[in-house]
Design a protein around this ligand. Structure first.
Ligand code: SF4
Length: 244
């Protein structure tokens, strides 16, 4: 199953320099987002996940003392064995800051994770996929599952947000507004440009063109903004087959 993903470890050498590892858990528990097929990278066999994850975690060198762990879901989907291995490698490689991702439904688990790492002197940053701060659009169209329309309430739990752009209904103005709201409330913003997949929501070429012409130039050099024009831009991911 793993040979579907071309690469699970990479080093990001621009902006927020860090290592990034794409590991596997037992699957996003939300799974309703109408644009998402990432959650297909999962297995209910946590022993297989642990074996795969151990190989990828073993590649971490600590080069920038910062590590981002992503798993196509939330950190709560990772087994305790894998989480223990991450903790060990953070200590071994002197990682000072570790990033995880998490859905809104698991927000109450964030404080405990922060404490677990803080006890070892390691900062935790949690990223949430907000996609847009237009709550009606987000919940009626994207089905994101965030039951607040107040950005500050989201930022009370999470440090970084992902935005999904390049989809029907967006304009340069609404995309810019979302990025500005993200920058106002969060440490960092990650803009993902919609990629075609088997899910109902499709990229809108006119919206992507508007992004590239009017939005991208404003933020491409902003150190607090990551922009993924391709979803493999961080050097991880890349599906080679559709066997699953
Ligand atoms: S929460 Fe994340 S992994 Fe789960 S369905 Fe939504 S986008 Fe996909």
């Amino acid at each position: 199953m793993d040979n579907e993903i071309e690469n699970r470890y990479s080093v990001i050498t621009e902006k927020n320099k860090r290592e990034i590892v794409l590991i596997r858990g037992n699957g996003c528990r939300w799974r309703k987002c109408r644009f998402c097929d990432y959650h297909l990278d999962s297995s209910t066999n946590q022993e297989e996940n642990d074996a795969l994850n151990a190989v990828e975690i073993g590649k971490i060198t600590g080069i920038y003392s910062k590590l981002e762990v992503i798993n196509s879901g939330s950190f709560v989907d990772l087994s305790e064995t894998t989480m223990n291995r991450i903790v060990e490698v953070c200590v071994e490689k002197k990682i000072a800051e570790v990033h995880f991702e998490c859905h809104w439904m698991h927000k109450e688990a964030v404080a405990l994770l922060r404490k677990r790492f803080a006890d070892l002197g390691i900062r935790v940053k949690i990223k949430i996929g907000v996609e847009t701060f237009d709550a009606l659009f987000r919940e009626s169209y994207l089905m994101k599952g965030i039951d607040t329309d107040v950005p500050a309430e989201i930022a009370a739990y999470f440090d970084e947000c992902c935005l999904l752009q390049g989809i029907p209904g967006q304009t340069a103005q609404t995309m810019t507004r979302d990025i500005e709201t993200g920058l106002e409330h969060f440490d960092r913003v990650c803009v993902n440009i919609m990629q075609e997949n088997g899910k109902p929501i499709k990229p809108d070429p006119r919206v992507i063109e508007a992004f590239v012409k009017e939005v991208y130039p404003k933020y491409k050099d902003n150190v607090r903004v990551d922009i993924l024009l391709e979803n493999t831009a961080f050097g991880v991911g890349g599906v080679t087959t559709n066997a699953k």
